[in-house]
Design a protein around this ligand. Sequence first.
Ligand code: HEM
Length: 481
Amino acid sequence: KRGKLPSGPPPLPFIGNIHQLLGKDVHLKFSKWVEEYGKLYTVQFGTKRALVISDPKLIKELFINPASTGRFVMEVFLVLGRGRYGIVNTDGSHWTEQKNFSARTLKSFGLSGIGKIVLEQQILRDIQEFLDKIRVETQSLCIFDLTKRLNCNVMWKVIASGGNKKGSETEIVHYNHVAELTEDYLNSMGKGTETGLAFLPWLKYIAPELSGYNHLKSAADKVYDLVAHHINERRKVFVKGDVKDVMDAYVEKLELCDDPKSTFYGKNGLRNSISSTLELVTASGDTTPHTINWIMLYLAHHQNVQQKLCEEIDRVIGSDRSPSLVDRKNMPYYEAVLQEILRLSSLGWMGIPHQLLNDVEFEGYTLPKGLIILPNLFYVHHDPETWGDPENFRPERFINEKGSFVRHECMMPFGVGKRLCYGESIARDIIFLFIVRFFQVAQVFPESLETKPDFKAKFGFLLTAKPFKVNLKWRGKMVSS
Ligand code: HEM
């Protein structure tokens, strides 16, 4: 099959399949095409060809090959990093150096690092504040707006807490500002996926307003300037060895780098550090709170599952103490609920597109260098051949006869292979602390009995739950953490 690629929906001259990929619910079109063309097919973005892979084994096989770690650079990300800097927009040795440093630093200052106990306590205090705030609400509540802020606070603590006086007025104003700017950028990124800008960068020239480019650029600039400002301020007061958070670690790395070949060296070093830090803020800004939001939606409409989760919380933690991350290993049902929601929601429905760095022999085809690779994660998580009843919410599918949680090799919500999401661990930790603490003291119900559940996702760069409200009922004691 040399020179040939798997077929797919017939492309039109110049635009390829773009006319079929604009607007809403593109993930469902990608699934429909699996039925027509099989688990390997190609689509055409203008002049660029993309291979869509819908088989988990094949995704794994290709994504562990170093040739597949190239990044197809999307305008919606490029505009944020102001070029190919940082992690998401880079590949090769540039990407390796930036990603390794970022992953290591996140680990050190996140929930598995040196200050993990203090951070866990701080997060629980933030969650307590959140609970206190909603406790006075008697009306039905849109939880998402609050969890988004909460998540941003947590991440900004990991990234830049060392520069702020804990609990001060400025800290709160500052956190809210970071959250607002991040949200604006993330919303415009979703819009850019709908209008096609993500795959057709030239739209910014012919339809800058309509494609959402103008708004995207101004939102991206604001959040970039904010992070750049903080890094530059820290550089002015840099003290070697005084590293309190992720941002300090970047500043130290920049100040001490004397290797011109390093991606931390000189002006480009600064650009890379700003981009990489920025990516931590934006990559976590939507993903974690939207996952929490999906959990709320499913549990509000599946009282039996919520009941079982509450029973597990009561059994393992009780009501006299706050949860701790060490409880997680004793909570298989929680793990199964999260896994089932990650499967059903498939937030990152096509991951972030890869691009081949070299020719690759794959399934009898010679895939050419430069080919875009799209893992059809939504389909993988909904394939009837794998799941039998993919549309049903059934956490039990991840529980074995002994009552233990079992992993499933077809689950890949955080991607797979060498470019796997390295925020998985902190995302899982934050979600655990939030959900378990929340259901330790509260229950959620649909806004009204007539409210019909709508589990169909709102389409964008991420698949998110449509806005909804829940009613709360308080249970257990409001133990303070
Ligand atoms: C439920 C939460 C999350 C989900 C479902 C998720 C999912 C994903 C997926 C599917 C990818 C694409 C992997 C690929 O390119 O093949 C990705 C990449 C990435 N994620 Fe996450 N993510 C989540 C949370 C986070 C958090 C909290 C952070 C940061 C703290 C983060 C940082 C990143 C970064 C920087 C990349 C790009 C990595 C690269 O280009 O090599 N993610 N994520």
